[in-house]
Design a protein around this ligand. Structure first.
Ligand code: TMP
Length: 216
């Protein structure tokens, strides 16, 4: 059976992940890889509907625990319908956010008990853990400025519920992602997202190439 490669992109708001995922997908396709590009929360019809509940509306409309449960409901569907089938077909799967966003946003920066997140990660993600996670790191002021300039989502509705959570939340978030990277150094590579788009692309490619060579 062929084996794909699961790569996730994580980090705070406005770190440039989407631009870099598109560039990486183009490079991988040019090198002959089959690529599936997807995102969370989202990636299936049901998960995109759940995304609408999470990214719009008042910042306090859901507790951190409700957010974690909704993200995991979306993730379970996404894993079953998109991620696992693509990996089984031998694709490189590039996912814009995954399980570390729940741990960082709802667990370390929010107040969802880690016991809930640990259980969901173990039983829903199971063995489908990413082979490589690129953690985009940027001071939160710079990220929020970029995110604010990005405008509305596809339906013209501002997807900025988390962006509006305040500076202290976003400072905790940055520390949270760096903590995750420290805790799993064999899986995570921290990418300095403050460089130019070309510099960041080069750093992403170095990390991905190293992992592809390891797998070969
Ligand atoms: P984005 O991926 O377009 O930045 O928007 C998704 C938003 O949802 C972002 O603010 C991060 C947040 N989020 C969580 O809080 N927990 C999660 O598990 C995921 C996947 C995303």
């Amino acid at each position: 059976m062929s084996q794909g490669l699961f790569i996730t992109f994580e980090g705070g708001e406005g770190a440039g992940k989407s631009t870099q995922i598109a560039r990486l997908a183009a490079r991988l396709k040019a090198a002959g890889h089959a690529v599936t590009m997807t995102r969370e929360p989202g990636g299936t019809d049901s998960a995109e509907a759940i995304r609408g509940l999470l990214v719009t509306g008042e910042t306090d409309s859901l507790s951190s625990t409700a957010e974690a449960l909704l993200n995991y409901a979306a993730r379970d569907d996404h894993l079953r319908r998109v991620i696992r089938p693509a990996l089984k077909a031998g694709h490189v799967v590039l996912c814009d956010r995954f399980m570390d966003s729940t741990r960082a946003y709802q667990g370390y920066a929010g107040d969802c008990p880690l016991s809930i997140i640990d259980a969901l990660e173990r039983d829903v993600v199971g063995r489908t853990r990413p082979a490589l996670t690129l953690v985009f790191d940027l001071p939160h002021e710079a990220g929020l400025a970029r995110a604010g300039a990005r405008g509305n989502g596809a339906k013209g509705v501002a997807e900025d519920r988390f962006e509006r959570k305040g500076a202290a939340f976003h400072e905790r978030l940055r520390a949270a992602f760096l903590r995750i990277a420290r805790e799993e150094p064999e899986r995570c590579v921290v990418i300095d997202a403050s460089g130019t788009v070309d510099e960041v692309e080069a750093a992403v490619w170095r990390a991905v190439r190293a992992r592809l060579e390891q797998g070969a």
